[in-house]
Design a protein around this ligand. Structure first.
Ligand code: LLP
Length: 463
């Protein structure tokens, strides 16, 4: 990261405060294709379009704030992942990033599988017609009801996360007269370079069973003894928004070592490994994500090399990208409400949404970019903080960015790369109404998740 405390070069360098931002782009009207969905362009009138539709028209028809999702980009990314990993591997889209019935149908059509981590996600998946055998069920504390439903409908695999769960799933499956295919999730002891709250493979956290101290080997021993489950492999997920492949390589190596130990001890070669999700995307021009084919190549190479060294047949690999598929495909469109210049500091630009539609900035210090999308401007860049309308000073959408100094109430601004973990983590804080998700494809726009209404809020309030 080449972020500097003071941006280089711009006219007002002497008045910019300390902050975590880079110099403004030479031309704020130019959209960096790295962070925008594939069909996003600026047309000859200066208005930004997605799927050929002007954002001003979208705002009129669907209102703001709203998420606009480029369906062709989503499908292209599914195909890129499936193509990169090939027929000897499985790609499971991680539904927690964003899930709706339309998304499930796209996944099904594009040949992807689906990772769910709650009864609610399972219901959405089944309701939209995802075949149960293409679903993996995750979670560190699945309820007995969730397990029973997953087994009953015949999910392809349940990923076991604790010693209790090994017994619980085996018991439930047996009582239903079934043998459930399972993987064991292990923590490989890797410190992934990402925010603490989204790193999951170091030992001091709630997920998985540690490889250290032979715990994972003990979990395998117990699982192999139980009739209700069929152990098909080992699972590892090291964290999220990761750019460096080194963590995945260490993880793959350690998982393969465990397979070799299992073979030595039990004479069984587990046929599958799952290396989880976590691949980073570009939120700002500073980020350089890997392409799916590079990731697939790196993972395939390390797994086959390690297996060859251990004298194991190469297992079937699966991965679980969520953010890398849906993240870049959507942007959030906001209308500018109030603008407050604070002398010597920055200008606060308030929009009609906020931490209720994007909690990631407040929660993880996430960085985003922003652009004026309803027109172009030749005005000088102005350092802004884009904030929401919630009763909280931490209600920040974009911490530090540049917008043209002639920004005015009523302008439309958009924050790119909000497809993952924004709608899915949206809340009703301050009784905000969660925004709709509108899928745009080839000149057509349709709501796939509608905007919440005040009636929706009152419906739950039964006191
Ligand atoms: N597989 C497992 C077992 C996971 O726990 C996750 C994410 C994924 C796959 C997908 O990871 P992805 O490819 O989307 O990075 N709310 C946070 C991210 C939490 C991720 C939780 N697990 C955020 O907004 O950054």
């Amino acid at each position: 990261m080449s972020r500097s405390a003071h941006p280089a070069g711009p006219r007002h360098a002497d008045v910019y405060p300390e902050g975590h931002y880079t110099a403004p782009a030479a031309d704020l009207n130019v959209l960096d294709e790295k962070v925008w969905a594939r069909t996003v362009r600026r047309n000859s009138e200066g208005v930004v379009t997605v799927g050929g539709i002007e954002v001003s028209r979208l705002a009129e028809e669907f209102g703001t704030p709203a998420y606009f999702l480029d369906e062709s980009d989503f499908r292209a990314r599914c195909r890129a992942w499936a193509g990169a990993f090939g027929p000897d591997a499985d790609v499971f889209y991680a539904g927690k990033a964003f899930l709706s019935r339309a998304v499930v149908r796209w996944l099904k059509e594009e040949g992807l599988n689906l990772d769910v981590c709650s009864g609610g996600e399972l219901t959405t998946a089944l309701d939209a017609g995802m075949p149960a055998e293409r679903i993996a069920f995750h979670g560190n504390n699945k309820s007995a009801e969730e397990i029973e439903r997953a087994v009953r409908v015949g999910v392809g695999r349940i990923v076991l996360d604790s010693f209790q769960e090994i017994v619980r799933v085996a018991h439930i499956a047996q009582s239903l007269g079934k043998r459930q295919r399972v993987q064991i999730r292990v923590t490989v002891g890797v410190e992934a370079h990402t925010h603490e709250f989204i790193a999951t493979a170091h030992e001091d956290q709630k997920f998985g069973i540690a490889l250290a101290d032979g715990q994972a080997a003990e979990a395998v021993r117990r699982a192999l003894r139980l009739d209700g489950i069929e152990l098909i492999g080992i699972h590892s997920h090291i964290g999220s928004q990761i750019f460096d492949m080194a963590g995945f390589e260490v993880s793959a190596r350690r998982v393969v070592q465990l397979l070799a130990e299992v073979r030595d001890e039990h004479g069984v070669e587990l046929p599958e490994i799952d290396l989880g999700g976590g691949l980073g995307i570009a939120y700002t021009s500073e980020d350089d994500p890997r392409e799916p084919h590079e990731i697939a190549k790196a993972l395939h190479e390390i797994v086959s090399r390690e297996c060859e060294a251990a004298g194991l047949a190469t297992p079937r690999i699966s991965v679980e990208p969520g953010r890398a598929i849906v993240g870049p495909t959507a942007f959030t469109l906001y209308e500018v409400g109030t603008i407050k210049p604070l002398e010597g500091l920055r200008t606060y630009v308030s929009v009609d949404g906020g931490m209720s539609d994007n909690i990631r900035t407040a929660l993880y210090d996430a960085e985003y970019s922003v652009a004026l999308v309803s027109r172009t401007s030749d005005a000088e860049p102005m350092l802004v903080r884009v904030v929401g309308k919630h009763c909280e000073s931490g209600d920040i959408v974009v911490r530090d960015a540049f917008l043209p100094a002639d920004l005015a109430p009523g302008d439309l601004i958009a924050v790119p790369a909000t497809g993952a973990y924004c709608r899915s983590m949206a809340s009703n804080y301050n009784h905000a109404l969660r925004p709709p998700v509108v899928a745009v494809n080839d000149g057509q726009a349709r709501v796939i998740v509608r905007r919440e209404t005040e009636e929706d809020l009152l419906r739950l309030d039964v006191g």
